[in-house]
Design a protein around this ligand. Structure first.
Ligand code: MN
Length: 133
């Protein structure tokens, strides 16, 4: 992707085990000696999204480019765009990703405790993903 609005490098491709489509991570703040959080810039190409997942200690998303969606299980999806902040409570099943025709980049700040940063669940089906567009 060659996007002059991109603030940080695209980074490394994320594993297909946990993501549908092309998503990449550029680590901004590695887990430090306190082990309490990590921060990274995550870029989703059009159509790309996370699997359903939870965070034992929550997560904050800061959208810095493009358009996408955030959805909690059992709730309507929320359209998100550059400048939006998403506060994800602990243990809430959710997914986030790009819109089907637009890339999206967010900074993810993820709290880390003894249970790690995330518990990964099933992929978001194409039917479920397309229904929120
Ligand atoms: Mn998340």
């Amino acid at each position: 992707m060659n996007d002059q609005n991109q603030i940080f490098p695209i980074g490394e491709k994320l594993p297909a085990d946990y993501f549908t489509g092309a998503a990449s991570l550029y680590t901004l703040v590695p887990k430090d000696e306190t082990g309490t959080f990590t921060a990274g810039s995550v870029t989703f190409e059009p159509g790309a999204r996370t699997n359903w997942h939870t965070h034992p200690l929550g997560q904050i998303l800061l959208v810095i480019n493009g358009n996408g969606f955030y959805q909690e299980k059992g709730k309507s999806a929320r359209a998100i765009a550059k400048g939006d902040v998403v506060i994800i409570p602990s243990h809430i099943e959710h997914w986030h990703g790009a819109a089907k025709d637009t890339a999206m980049t967010h900074i993810a700040i993820t709290n880390i405790g003894e249970q790690g940063p995330a518990d990964w669940l099933a992929p978001v089906s194409d039917a479920d993903y397309l229904s929120v567009q």
